[in-house]
Write a protein that binds this ligand. Structure first.
Ligand SMILES: *Cc1c(COP(=O)(O)O)cnc(C)c1O
Length: 365
């Protein structure tokens, strides 16, 4: 944290990896790229990631709240920014002030947007996800409401990582809307990371990858990003704060759910669920210490965990919780799978009040 003592656990974000991923995705997609940096760039830090993405050829950015867009503007970022979801009336005014394009996702939201002079909008169409978006039958009316404000038309896929025929069905519904409408000058877009990678027919006029620009796999809890030419940008690190030697039959952490069967060296590491290291990893996760995978013993607590080590490990040794060390790797996909979630929630859940982020390979400034 600014000026405070060093964090107990920190995240190193490799901006060269972000740039690599963005340019690889842009080449693969062959269309302009809107880098999705919502939720503080999926926990990686919005401003440095947005800058790196733009340096590598991203054409625009996307966020979810007006505040996220304002943060980028206040850092001096001038690229086009689209806000994906619903904004209150105050949010719409803030969007105008910061030159953010907004999304009309219902006939009603189109009317509210039309009432704020000078706001540009993209119209989101519901093609089957049933979360946001106007129904295809309402597109004509929403277009009329927005008139010259409308800059784009888009949809979002429910299953681009898992169900090709559903993705084709959604593309078909979008195509039917487009065939019905005069679209001169409007940017049409649909592809998230999974669609950009695996559904070329979904790319239209631009692609909107999020997870892949961080070098994470769009399937969330399986898959190796390297197979898609992606490089994970985040390494989550901590250190060995203490070591004790346990006798057979001793328990570890709350509830003593882990019990030693043989004499065991137990290393205490200052990371817990308050950092975003999920409690669902209790008894299942691994961390890397001195180049080897070390099992998590017992429960993850709010502020610390205990890993089983050997007598070569010393207080102060580096601990890699997510990332590589030597020849070993713990991926965000692995932690997602073990914790019953996905890589998206692992990195987005890292608490910036507890976990300081540092950046390697910063350009410019
Ligand atoms: C989050 C989001 C994306 C990016 O999705 P990824 O799966 O991270 O690539 C694209 N479009 C919309 C509308 C989103 O909300």
């Amino acid at each position: 944290m600014d000026g405070g003592p060093p964090s107990r656990t920190w995240a190193e974000v490799d901006l060269a990896a972000v740039r690599h991923n963005v340019s690889a995705l842009k080449r693969r997609g062959g269309v302009p790229l809107m880098a999705v940096v919502k939720a503080d760039a999926y926990g990686h830090g919005a401003v440095p990631v947005a800058r790196a993405a733009l340096e590598a050829g991203a054409d625009s950015l996307a966020v979810v709240t007006a505040g996220e867009g304002a943060e980028l503007r206040e850092a001096g970022i001038g690229a086009p920014i689209l806000v994906f979801t619903d904004l209150s009336s105050d949010g719409l005014l803030a969007a105008r002030q910061h030159r953010l394009a907004v999304t009309a996702h219902s006939a009603e939201s189109a009317r509210r947007i039309a009432a704020v002079k000078g706001l540009a909008a993209h119209l989101k169409v519901n093609t089957g996800m049933n979360r946001w978006g106007v129904e295809p039958s309402e597109v004509g009316e929403a277009r009329k409401t927005l008139k010259g404000r409308l800059a784009g038309v888009y949809t979002h896929f429910s299953s681009a990582d898992s169900d090709a025929s559903e993705t084709r069905r959604q593309i078909g519904r979008l195509d039917a809307v487009l065939a019905d409408q005069p679209l001169g000058g409007l940017t049409v877009h649909a592809a998230n990371s999974a669609a950009l990678l695996w559904h070329p027919e979904s790319r239209y006029d631009l692609a909107r990858p999020g997870i892949a620009i961080y070098g994470l796999h769009p399937k969330g809890d399986e898959g190796d990003p390297a197979e898609e030419g992606l490089r994970p940008a985040m390494t989550l690190k901590s250190y060995v704060a203490g070591i004790r030697r346990l006798l057979p039959g001793e328990g570890v952490s709350y509830g003593l759910t882990y019990r030693t069967e043989v004499p065991t060296f137990a290393a205490t590491v200052p990371v817990g669920y308050a950092e975003g290291y999920r409690r669902g990893l209790s008894g299942r996760g691994h961390a890397l210490i001195r180049g080897a995978r070390r099992p998590l013993l017992g429960r993850v607590t709010m502020d610390a965990c205990v890993f089983g080590v050997d007598d070569g490990v010393e207080v102060g040794d580096e601990v890699v919780l997510v990332g590589e060390q030597g020849d070993e790797k713990v991926s965000a996909e692995e932690l997602g799978r073990l914790a019953g979630t996905i890589n998206y929630e692992i990195t987005t859940g890292i608490n910036p009040r507890r976990v300081e982020r540092s950046y390697t390979d910063v350009r410019g400034s």
